[in-house]
Design a protein around this ligand. Structure first.
Ligand code: HEM
Length: 215
């Protein structure tokens, strides 16, 4: 297997793996909301199922479709599918961000202020990145489309990174509660945005070479 076909599979598979916990939890929330069988340890969900269900639907589609959008071979072989699935992905991301803001407005004190501020900022950033990515695609500026999509995806799927960074906290310190565990959660966004910017910068010299060869 050459390097190209290996990364074609490894990147989407890795991204799918990253989202498995929040996607699984989103599927559970949708099922509980539809059946009405909400567990007793989720009182907020029982109180306001609509914003949670909207957030879970957005999260589920975002977490499942995002990795597929990053498979280069899929984009090349089935561009029509990439565009159709991309529209659903963007809709899901916007729903995710708007319902995230809705939850923040309903439960402003459900976490410490640094985490709530981070959530507010990241929802707003997602609401900015996705339309910028769409605008770039409509203007055939594919590089800029790719960069904004990477940023938007990194912001949304930080829910998966947060689950990963919180696991050692839970293991060594205990139940995640209070400022320190909220700072650990915030680090999920910092990690993802750092990785996103590295990926964008790594691609820049390759782009310049390709442009020079073409021109
Ligand atoms: C910009 C990115 C995101 C923001 C700002 C955000 C914001 C929020 C907020 C404010 C809550 C309510 C927390 C509470 O009740 O204290 C929440 C819960 C939740 N989010 Fe997100 N979220 C984001 C991304 C995602 C993604 C991508 C997924 C799924 C793939 C997801 C799945 C969930 C789930 C399942 C819950 C319920 C958690 C629980 O009941 O404990 N979120 N999110």
């Amino acid at each position: 297997m050459n390097r190209r076909s290996w990364t074609d599979i490894a990147v989407p598979a890795g991204l799918l793996g990253l989202g498995v916990i929040p996607v699984g939890f989103s599927a559970a929330i949708i099922t509980w909301s539809v059946t009405g069988a909400i567990p007793a340890d989720h009182p907020r969900l029982a109180e306001t199922p609509l914003p949670f269900a909207a957030h879970a639907i957005g999260g589920l589609l975002f977490g499942l479709l995002g990795p597929v959008q990053f498979a280069p071979r899929m984009r090349e072989r089935w561009p029509g599918f990439h565009r159709a699935s991309g529209r659903v992905f963007v809709g899901a991301g916007l729903l995710l961000a708007i319902s995230g803001l809705w939850l923040l407005a309903l439960y402003p004190a459900s976490a410490t202020w640094p985490l709530q501020s981070g959530r507010l900022l990241m929802s707003a950033a997602l609401l900015g990145c996705l339309p910028l990515a769409v605008r770039a695609a409509c203007g055939r500026d594919i590089q800029s489309h790719r960069d904004w999509m990477i940023r938007g995806y990194a912001i949304g799927i930080a829910a998966g990174t947060q689950a990963l960074v919180l696991f050692p906290y839970f293991l060594f310190i205990g139940e995640p509660k209070g400022l320190w565990s909220d700072l650990v959660l915030l680090s999920g966004w910092v990690i993802n945005l750092a990785v996103a910017e590295c990926a964008i910068r790594r691609a820049a010299p390759r782009r310049a070479t390709a442009l020079m060869a073409a021109g």
